[in-house]
Design a protein around this ligand. Structure first.
Ligand code: GLV
Ligand code: GLV
Length: 327
């Protein structure tokens, strides 16, 4: 048996894997592997525990060969794994949903408030000695309470974000998704609208869709132009959902007021001009980075590997349910 862990994850996950697989567990230390390193390390693997920085292409799967039966992705998103290719090769793919819902929603709300109240700009202002006297017009931003929130993509995270902002700030909630959710509408008094309607009416727009061909550049020039000039955009989902060059124009030319962004189209790089803008707060893909979430993600991701390779059962968090597994 050979299990590849592509980076270090919290000990809870490493210990669980060591206990089952002992010396068969190979841990890559250091920065993410290049695709060539990944192919080389995957050779003869039965299981791979990957991170969102690893592109698990058909080439990587073929380099692993017929022994590969599980790709356990340490993330809720799994756009870094070629799902069709995995299913064709009868490889089970899993993710880590549920355990990071609160963490990501909390970071979303943190960005929304920080952009509104200009926390980062104000902090810089203080540190550079610019605060000389109190001013009535210094760092004005919008009130959040009672305003309209637009949730784009109503999965667990979108749902929890809406709940925090409904309960804490009595926001009116609009949402757009490919599916309606009657329970959510009752619970939050949320209204289902088209994406265009949501963009036109919302004071705050928060993106929670997975990255799919249909959500690539979901937010582009046309969409930014529909938003209110006072609107604030938050994205903690996946970078390529936003056309980042269009976002730079939208912020520079004030089509919208501000943005809080945790994920990037060209991650880890920023689109040209973005870093020079004051009306955006950027964080390095840390929305799920609570100690609690990362420990639970490690536990779930390692459990999926054990389920397939030791317990010979379908793991709870399988994402390609149509796969014909090989045990
Ligand atoms: C983080 O981005 C995740 O998908 O878990
Ligand atoms: C992720 O857990 C989601 O469903 O939004």
């Amino acid at each position: 048996m050979k299990i590849l862990l592509t980076r270090e994850i919290p000990q809870s996950g490493i210990e669980a894997l060591k206990k089952e697989f002992g010396e068969s567990l190979i841990i890559h230390h250091g920065p993410p592997m290049t695709s060539d390193q990944l192919k080389e390390s995957a050779k003869g693997c039965d299981g791979v525990l990957s991170l969102l920085t690893d592109k698990i292409t058909p080439d990587v799967m073929d380099a692993a060969g017929d022994s590969l039966r599980i790709i356990s992705n340490y993330a809720v998103g799994f756009d870094n794994v070629d799902l069709t290719a995995a299913t064709e090769r009868r490889i089970i793919v899993t993710n880590t949903p549920g355990v990071l819902t609160e963490a990501v929603a909390e970071h979303t709300v943190a960005l929304l408030i920080a952009v509104s109240r200009r926390i980062v700009e104000a902090d810089k202002f203080m540190r550079t000695g610019k605060y000389k006297y109190w001013e009535p017009m210094l760092f004005l931003g919008p009130k959040i309470y009672g305003k309209t929130l637009g949730i784009v993509g109503l999965g667990r995270i979108g749902h929890h974000t809406a709940k925090i902002l409904k309960n804490g700030f009595d926001m009116k909630v609009l949402y757009y998704d490919v599916r309606r959710d009657d329970d959510f509408e009752r619970e939050i008094k949320a209204m289902y609208v088209s994406l265009d309607d949501l963009l036109e009416k919302s004071d705050f727009v928060s993106i929670h869709v997975p990255l799919l061909p249909s959500t690539h550049h979901l937010m582009s020039e046309r969409e930014f132009k529909k938003m209110k000039p006072t609107a604030i955009l938050v994205n903690t989902s996946r970078g390529p959902v936003i056309d980042e060059n269009a976002l730079v124009r939208a912020l520079k030319e004030k089509w919208i007021e501000g943005a809080g962004i945790d994920v990037f189209e060209f991650e880890p790089n920023l689109a040209e001009g973005l870093a020079e803008l004051d009306n955006i707060i950027v964080t390095p893909h840390i929305a799920s980075a609570t100690r609690e979430a990362r420990i639970e993600m490690a536990r779930l991701a390692s459990q999926s590997v054990v389920d397939v390779l030791v317990n010979k059962k379908i793991p709870e968090n399988i994402v390609n349910k149509e796969v014909k597994p090989r045990f």
